[in-house]
Design a binder for this molecule. Structure first.
Ligand code: NAD
Length: 480
């Protein structure tokens, strides 16, 4: 009998998981879900753009109240179907955790701002009245990642529709069914609330070519791109107004004034949320030497598994693949086989067999270690010992690589907290909490899955997708 290949075994396991992980049959593709045709999905990017333009024109003729009605219906459907999208997301991409993805969807439904985010301004004076209103751009072209696929489509759609735009998506090809399910949900919500049947659009098979068509179409007035450095660079070179939400590598500093028990738990909770897929999640720790042992022990009490330096080195070629660039230079890129995978699955690759109670792999490393330098997006957390706050800040800032994305700190020393916040210059800085507090999960403030550091919009919301317009009435309408 012929031996069964590793690829065949993987395919069989994937098929089984697809069928049984939810206890019910789950058939999906980029155009259908359980036999239901998804609405707003096109073979050709130009057709998708034309349909999104019609959606935009329909929104343009609506009152703000009507727009808000659609958004209310979107929130309702997200809550009802969060578990389905979480299941498809994990099944299709092989990444993340179903329960955490479900919570991320609920967060989007509850904390993404709607039309209330669009606020007009008025200026009156001796020369009359000037109004400043926040207008839509028109049709937005959005590129979305595989790590939070449906969450990003939904969060972007709520904000962009609230601002009065139409949207066409070119989602990540590895998460196309999940992303298109979310596109269809928006369209179903629109129809149910009396809006157009097709309000947002996407592709059957998104490619780099379809992204290029989107970027160069004169009908696309704003590009919003959420992903790694490659895609942000591409849209920023498009010659169009672009919002870029790029890569991070969030460092965490723990000094010797911190509540170490809480820090250990918070860091593991944040780092393991959706198996470390969120771009804001803790990626490397800089711990004061005098509390490092206690911190590691607290992490172990919270589901962390400590591996040796040798075991960490053994994992490097497994989680990072060598890639030769066009210039012949060899670099290391994260293995898609390991991104967002469970800790026990990664440990098994070096012959360590543990149960699902292990949430995170921790190891002590030096600063130059690949686990510190690369954005791994998997539950592996390197810990570097430091002697003082100056060294901690210096190394943490370097590890963040100038992304200015997210950083975290556990401390009760306000001088240390302020010094790190000032030095690292990140869009999000979380103090004494798990990383997800930074996007409104257990922390104040609205949520987003598009954190635009490079272009400066920050925690994007409806107003980020608007353009200012001024209307002047000279010498009248000052009524005082
Ligand atoms: P990715 O960069 O592989 O892909 C993101 C999207 O860009 C996909 O739709 C992909 O098809 C597309 N793409 C890639 N290169 C392109 C190009 N040259 N032209 C046009 N489209 C292109 O990202 P991923 O692995 O899905 O997501 C992980 C990365 O995204 C991480 O670096 C993470 O930090 C980042 N991210 C950032 C945010 C944020 O809000 N800042 C949110 C989520 C993810």
């Amino acid at each position: 009998m012929a031996a069964i290949s590793e690829a065949e075994i993987r395919k069989i396991v994937e098929d089984v998981i697809k069928g049984v992980s939810s206890g019910k049959e789950c058939n999906y593709s980029s155009t259908e879900y359980n036999g239901r045709k998804l609405i707003g999905i096109y073979n050709d990017m130009n057709d998708a753009i034309d349909a999104a333009e019609k959606g935009y024109k329909a929104v343009r003729n609506m009152t703000v109240e009507q727009r808000e009605k659609i958004i209310t219906e979107i929130r309702k459907l997200i809550k009802e179907e969060a578990a389905v999208m979480a299941e498809i997301g994990v099944s299709e991409t092989g990444m993340g955790k179903v329960e955490h993805k479900r919570l991320k969807h609920i967060l989007v439904a509850e904390k993404t701002p709607g039309t209330e985010d669009i606020v007009s301004n008025a200026k009156t004076g001796d020369n009359g009245l000037t109004l400043i209103e926040m207008a839509p751009f028109g049709v937005v072209g959005a590129i979305t990642p595989s790590t939070n696929p449906s969450e990003t489509v939904l969060c972007n759609s709520i904000g962009m529709i609230a601002a009065g735009n139409g949207v066409v998506f070119n989602p990540h090809p590895n998460a196309i069914a999940t992303s298109n399910y979310a596109v269809d949900l928006i369209n179903r919500a629109s129809a149910a609330a009396g809006g157009p049947e097709i309000l947002v659009c996407s592709m059957v098979k998104p490619t780099m070519e379809s992204a290029a068509v989107m970027q160069s179409s004169p009908k696309i007035k704003l590009l919003v791109c959420t992903g790694g450095p490659g895609v942000v660079k591409a849209v920023l070179s498009s010659g169009k107004k672009a919002i870029g939400a790029g890569a991070g590598n969030p460092p965490v500093i723990v000094d010797d004034t911190a509540d170490i028990k809480k820090a250990g738990k918070d860091i593991i909770d944040g780092c393991t949320f959706d198996n470390n897929l969120p771009c804001i999640a803790e990626k490397e720790v800089f711990a004061f030497s005098n509390i490092a042992d206690e911190l590691i022990s607290e992490m172990q009490k919270n589901g962390a598994y400590l591996i040796t330096k040798e075991q960490a080195d053994e994992l490097i070629p497994i989680v990072l693949n060598e890639k030769t660039g066009k210039n012949g230079k060899v670099s290391r890129v994260v293995s898609r086989e390991c991104v967002g995978r469970d800790a026990d699955v990664i440990l098994a690759k070096i012959g360590i067999n543990v149960g699902k109670e292990v949430r995170c792999i921790i190891c002590e490393t030096e600063f130059s270690h690949d686990f510190v330098q690369h954005e791994l997006m998997m539950p592996i957390l390197p810990i570097v010992r430091v002697s003082n706050i100056e060294e901690a800040i210096d190394l943490a800032v370097k590890a963040e690589h100038g992304n200015r994305h997210t950083a975290h700190m556990h401390s009760k020393n306000i001088d240390n907290l302020s010094a790190f916040a000032r030095a690292v210059e990140t869009t999000i800085f979380v103090k004494n909490a798990p990383s997800y507090a930074g996007i409104g999960f257990g922390g104040e403030g609205h949520t987003t899955f598009t954190i635009a550091g490079p272009t400066g919009e920050g925690i994007t919301s409806a107003k980020s997708f608007t353009r200012q317009r001024r209307c002047v009435m000279a010498d009248s309408f000052r009524i005082i």
